[in-house]
Design a protein around this ligand. Structure first.
Ligand code: ADP
Length: 426
């Protein structure tokens, strides 16, 4: 039906890419996700959507811009009508970047007047009201996001947060317009654009708001936001005849093998998931940056331990730790070194588990951690499969190593996620 993808997505981390892919696939679009900027020849020909997963959330802004522009050129070259710059539903970023600089660069590349920006994802408790982001019942700045290891969020006013990241004028499309629906949103957007506003934070409290927003921006060259912003796009494309009828996801065959969980997120949700797995009696191994730095822990030791465990049940390796431990490790090692030590260790553990211990089903908790693991495994393209919890599907690799991967953003999933994920596999 289409020649090339309708939508080209640029996601600033891997779990976020998967989350976006899932939303679009549930809307009946064929979604293929690639890790890193692909070569033109590596792009599948029959996808409605190509999601490029970058690891650009916490790199220096200039690097994030460069990677995102390369992805944009590739997607536009493949025929994408619209670009979607995807970031986290908690707007993870620092004042030094990267949401503002990347959005600014993409607007420039597309010659677009204005783009919307909303991280709202009501199903997961992320809502935006009067430009302020809430996580469940708490303002962003009162939520556990205030203590995130890499992007502590201490200001809930997104117009202000984004305004500190870009020279472009930032405005707001507030609840009253969004509540009135697509035409009112379109008019508000046109008014802001006429005044020279280039980025518009958009309020959204319900999925209905996002459906209206999707319909209002389906023809915009660029949209930016969390995966919730994708809720309204599939039907809006279908109404325009840009995509065919709803497509079923193709089930990929995954060879039998062992199961494992790698948790590098320190989010509250992941802490509870680790605790629940320990209570349920899974074999667990805790690694920490201090032990790794001191040379008392390494991947070889973890792999030797994993090889001795009962192969019928998943093993869990985690660096998940409460905020005090994280700040302690960061104070002595530096934030980046602590994170790098943990990520490199997880990468090597993943290579050993998959390459030598027959693991073909792997759950990874943490966006950065997932990025490190998938890169280490050399997994390039993933098809989006069945959903485990809101925002987290199983995915199937489309080349070697053939395996099932569930890449979980730290804060996602119910407490028993590590126990129940396996039931969702075909
Ligand atoms: P989330 O999805 O919750 O943000 P990420 O994996 O993206 O999780 O980010 C967590 C970061 O914290 C990673 O860079 C990880 O290496 C680092 N990290 C993990 N465990 C620890 C720890 N015990 N101390 C310090 N940093 C840690």
């Amino acid at each position: 039906m289409t020649t090339g993808p309708v939508l080209g997505c640029i996601a600033d981390d891997l779990t976020g890419a998967t989350d976006l892919g899932l939303t679009l696939s549930r809307g009946g679009l064929r979604v293929v996700q690639v890790t890193g900027v692909p070569e033109a020849g590596d792009l599948p020909g029959d996808a409605d959507v190509i999601v490029v997963a970058l690891k650009s959330r916490t790199v220096p802004a200039a690097e994030a811009v460069e990677m995102s522009l390369r992805a944009a050129d590739m997607l536009l070259g493949a025929g994408a009508r619209q670009l979607f710059f995807k970031y986290c539903s908690t707007f993870d970023s620092t004042d030094a970047g990267n949401i503002g600089p990347v959005a600014e660069a993409l607007l420039g590349r597309l010659g677009a007047a204005i783009a919307v920006a909303t991280p709202a994802f009501p199903t997961n408790g992320r809502t935006v009201f009067q430009g302020h982001l809430f996580v469940g019942r708490q303002l962003l700045s009162d939520s556990p996001m205030r203590d995130h290891p890499l992007t502590p969020m201490r200001d809930p006013n997104l117009v202000a947060v984004l305004g500190r990241q870009t020279r472009l004028p930032v405005g707001l499309i507030a609840f009253d317009a969004v509540e009135r629906g697509r035409e009112a949103i379109g008019e508000a957007l046109a008014r802001l654009a006429a005044d020279g506003t280039r980025l518009a934070i958009v309020d959204a409290l319900t999925d209905r708001h996002l459906v209206e927003l999707g319909a209002a921006v389906a023809e915009a060259p660029l949209v930016t936001g969390g995966s919730g912003l994708a809720i309204g796009l599939p039907d809006a494309y279908r109404a325009r005849g840009w995509v065919g009828p709803r497509a079923e996801a193709r089930a990929a065959a995954i060879p039998p093998g062992r199961s494992a969980i790698l948790a590098g997120s320190c989010s509250t949700a992941t802490q509870k998931q680790v605790a629940a797995a320990e209570r349920a009696g899974l074999a667990t191994f805790r690694i920490s940056p201090a032990e790794i730095a001191a040379g008392r822990q390494d991947a070889a030791q973890v792999l030797a331990w994993a090889g001795e465990q009962n192969s019928d049940r998943p093993v869990l390796v985690y660096s998940t730790a409460p905020p005090d431990d994280v700040t302690g490790a960061q104070a002595s090692l530096g934030r980046e070194r602590a994170a790098a030590l943990v990520e490199e260790t997880f990468a090597e553990i993943a290579r050993g588990l998959v390459g030598r211990q027959g693991v073909t089903r792997l759950v990874v908790a943490g966006g950065e951690t997932s990025g490190a693991v998938v890169t280490a495994l050399g997994v390039k393209a993933l098809e989006i499969g069945p959903e485990i919890d809101p925002g987290v599907p199983w995915t199937f690799s489309l080349s070697d190593p053939r395996m099932a991967l569930a890449l979980k953003s730290g804060n996602f999933g119910t407490d028993d996620f590590f126990l129940k994920a396996w039931d969702a596999l075909p």
